[in-house]
Design a protein around this ligand. Structure first.
Ligand SMILES: [Zn+2]
Length: 222
């Protein structure tokens, strides 16, 4: 499994893409933006993988910074949850014909659960053997450089994120506007898994004590 963090100057963040090698499957999870796909594909090339080698693509959700890059892939089997079909631009429709389940296993035995908070079709994907959980933008570290390594305990990011959720939980208007209770429901779904690595949509890949981190966030439920 590889994580590729593509720096995006336009919003001062990383767009994360993940590659999962499983027997004959070469699965790409999220692709970054169309205009950055040459960065992803040149990084893949260094691992001996060309864009036409990718067999499956899975979108954690339908925003363009997660699906745009597949415009230049070869023939792929592309998966997205039905609830996000409306977000897909015309030119990518023929690449995303397969639908992800609400709660069941999908490509390469990844377990898929609908979260539906960040977008209606946002999902989590979990690989049991490695205890890796992909949460898309349900949780992400947006708008900053890394404070440490790509895969890191991410102490600073965790603290900032806890503060963000704490502020959110105390602001009645924000709670309503951004459906705080649905966010909390999603955290509970994430926390049903034993997680060692949390792969978010943007920024550091968190390693270690993930369930502890999620439980800390759940304390803001009130
Ligand atoms: Zn998004």
């Amino acid at each position: 499994m590889y994580a590729f963090l593509v720096w995006d100057e336009s919003w001062n963040s990383f767009n994360n893409c993940y590659l999962l090698l499983d027997n004959n499957n070469i699965n790409l999870i999220d692709s970054g933006k169309e205009e950055h796909s040459h960065f992803l594909f040149s990084a893949l090339k260094k691992k001996g993988i060309s864009n036409s080698d990718i067999t499956h693509f899975i979108a954690t959700h339908g925003h363009k910074d997660h699906i745009g890059g597949i415009q230049f892939s070869g023939e792929i089997e592309g998966y997205i949850h039905n609830q996000d079909l409306e977000l897909i631009p015309e030119n990518l429709r023929n690449k995303l014909k397969m639908s992800l389940p609400d709660k069941s296993s999908t490509v390469s035995n990844l377990e898929c659960v609908l979260l539906g908070h960040h977008t209606k079709g946002s999902v989590l994907l979990y690989q049991r053997g490695s205890k890796v959980l992909f949460c898309g933008d349900h949780i992400c570290f947006f708008g900053e450089q890394l404070s440490g390594n790509v895969v890191d305990i991410g102490g600073l990011e965790r603290e900032k994120y806890k503060q963000f959720v704490s502020d959110w939980s105390q602001n009645e208007e924000m709670r309503k506007q951004h459906n705080f209770s649905l966010f909390i429901e999603g955290l509970k779904k994430i926390n049903q898994y034993d997680v060692e690595y949390l792969c978010t949509g943007h920024g550091v890949v968190l390693k270690g004590k993930i369930n502890e981190f999620i439980s800390d966030l759940l304390e803001f439920e009130q």
